[in-house]
Design a protein around this ligand. Structure first.
Ligand code: GLU
Length: 306
């Protein structure tokens, strides 16, 4: 099969990956490899970096049998790329400085016709002298997109069509760091990533990202947002739920292979004991649409999963 483009997994190195992250990574790998795509890892380290965590994340993925195409890129090494995209939007009159604090944004009433929770546009139409005053008062400015839509529709391979809010999203934060939504769009296009598989908690951000891609004349990738892993209370699995990382599972006496088998069983493939077996059997259309509920304090017995 020829390589048509790339899929990817883009973890934030803020701690060890938990079973939900590992399952999403496995799915991203499966979607990419089963469609003849390359598979890239991108370390999203513009925020919340914990020392040593990217090395551990990569080691855990490798221990589960995932392989990827080099090089691993790090967003912190790609700042000029994001600045070029910001400059392009600015040259097109598509950006403005925003001096609002988080608290001010929370307190402001959302514009009557705007999407729920959207930025109310407080700084959108400041005059140049108002901006001067705010700058002089020492308020660090974020840079926002001047959006001309309030929503945008995307197509998701698992969820179908999804229309969601687009507001004047932040492109560069007040601390000068490019915002996630901008970086992800620029990176996916720059890395020839034409397939985005990730947790469905990011579905609401996707219309913003797809719209931003159109403004930058970049192609919109195909999307597949996969269900998250839940704890027995029905909440998104988190570190505090117990033995949720590969390291934790190994401490309980499980092997990476057993963890792999449990993940594979949760996708509907209890027989697969290796990535190549799983790849041979994988059919995206047969994926469970329900979240995987996991008791992290029990053993990962494949028989416990549908
Ligand atoms: N870095 C993001 C996260 O770990 C994922 C971004 C993405 O897949 O687009 O939540």
């Amino acid at each position: 099969m020829s390589t048509t483009g790339f899929g990817r997994f883009a973890p934030s190195p803020s701690g060890d990956l938990h079973l939900g992250n590992l399952r999403t990574a496995l799915l991203a790998w499966l979607f990419a490899r089963s469609t003849g795509r390359g598979f890239l890892l991108r370390v999203e380290d513009l925020d919340r970096v914990r020392a040593g965590s990217q090395e551990r994340q990569l080691a855990d993925l490798a221990a589960l049998g995932l392989e990827w195409d080099p090089p691993v890129v790090r967003q912190s090494e790609r700042l000029p790329l994001y600045e070029r995209a910001i400059a392009r939007l600015t040259a097109a009159g598509r950006t403005y400085e925003c001096f609002c604090t988080r608290r001010e944004i929370q307190q402001a009433v959302t514009a009557p016709h705007g999407p729920m929770g959207a930025y109310p546009g407080t700084c959108r139409d400041l005059t140049e002298s108002e901006r001067e005053q705010k700058r002089a008062a020492g308020r660090p400015a974020a840079l926002r997109l001047r959006s001309d839509v309030t929503d945008f529709e995307i197509t998701d391979q698992l969820m179908g069509s999804y229309r969601g809010a687009v507001d004047d999203l932040v492109l560069r934060r007040g601390d000068g760091i490019p915002a996630y939504n901008l970086a992800v769009v620029v990176d996916d296009a720059d890395q020839h990533i034409d397939q985005v598989v990730r947790g469905d908690d990011l579905l609401p951000s996707t219309p913003r990202q797809a719209y931003l891609a159109t403004l930058l004349d970049l192609p919109i990738p195909t999307y597949a947002h996969v269900p998250l892993v839940l704890n027995p209370d029905g909440q998104r699995l988190a570190k505090r739920d117990g033995a949720v990382t590969l390291h934790d599972r190994i401490e309980l006496g499980e092997t990476p292979r057993q963890v792999f088998t449990a993940l594979s069983a949760s996708l509907g493939y209890p027989e697969a004991t290796s990535t190549s077996q799983l790849l041979a059997q994988f059919r995206p259309e047969n994926l469970p649409h329900q979240p995987w509920t996991l008791d992290p304090n029990g053993l990962l017995q494949p028989s416990a999963y549908p």
